[in-house]
Design a protein around this ligand. Sequence first.
Ligand SMILES: Cc1cc2nc3c(=O)[nH]c(=O)nc-3n(C[C@H](O)[C@H](O)[C@H](O)COP(=O)(O)O)c2cc1C
Length: 345
Amino acid sequence: MYKYKKLIIYYFSGTGNSRKVAIWLSIIAKQNDIDVQIINIASIDKITLESPHSEALLVFISPIHGFNYPPVMLHFIRKFPKGTNKIVLMNTRAGMLIGNYITPGLTGIAFYLSSLIFKFKGYSTVGMIPFDMPSNWISFHPGLNYRTIKYLHEKNKEKVFTAAERILSGRLYFKALREIIQDIIVLPISLLYYFIGRFGLAKTFYSSSDCNDCDICIKNCPVKAIIKVDSRPFWTFKCESCMRCMGNCPKKAIETAHGFFIGFILMNSAITALFFKYCNIYFAEIGNGIIRFIAESLIFLLLLTIFHRIIHYCMRFKIIERIIVYTSLTKYKFWGRCYKALKEI
Ligand SMILES: Cc1cc2nc3c(=O)[nH]c(=O)nc-3n(C[C@H](O)[C@H](O)[C@H](O)COP(=O)(O)O)c2cc1C
């Protein structure tokens, strides 16, 4: 009944949603005697990545970050060896619930960009399928309640089974194309997120004085973005804001520094305005074009690096630490501070 005898699933997951979809897909394949291999791209050596079996159907699953696949997935796809297999692109994105209606997330350019890269490598895309799993972006919105999370898991499990039937029997499934207009509209935001926004977000995480130095965040970070600075966890620009560290911290010590970030944005705006004022008086006039935008972005990243490092140092002083903690929304119970995909439903 099914066209493929072998299925290889490559996935990246921060908080477990994409992993869950990978597992559900593998279950249905195994039940139908298809040989399945599941590969977590964060835990393999991407340099010596082997070419996939030529007969296998390849599936790529990852969360959406900033209307695109996160850099770790994009780099993996860029490095992926050439081949002629059929591929299916999947993602998990920010599902929410209003009554019993699941509000969809937004994929943005993830599928189009990736399928273009694969096309150049010789592959042909036969499916683009989004799944609206519970949103894990707790830095951005309050955490979802258990009922919502459970409901979204159940609905998506059914959707994965339907999608599996279709793709494994060799039919095309381009469900994502229904949203192509919205995806094109958010293109500028996806570029802004990739080139600037994600670096800003990387610097919003910190560990409070509740941290007991267990290093679980450092050991489990899928992109090895957390290091020790001044004996405390420090988030480098490599961080992809996947939210795993917050969800895994046994002491609930990792927070998103909303107060710090707002303070930084205000300071950055003032310094940037002064910079351009004096630049325009003493040097060349910098208008509103692309040069000004690049200059503003560079100033933003430079100031962020310095300011974040200073605050990290100052967190050793109790008063500063408390100010940062109490201006972090994730600290408060009503907000909810972590998300993890359900173990089983
Ligand atoms: C930094 C960040 C950015 C996100 N951006 C988007 C987005 O642009 N569109 C969307 O639908 N969901 C977005 N989400 C939600 C996640 O894609 C979604 O919750 C996903 O299922 C998480 O998968 P994971 O548990 O495998 O990491 C974002 C989440 C984070 C943490």
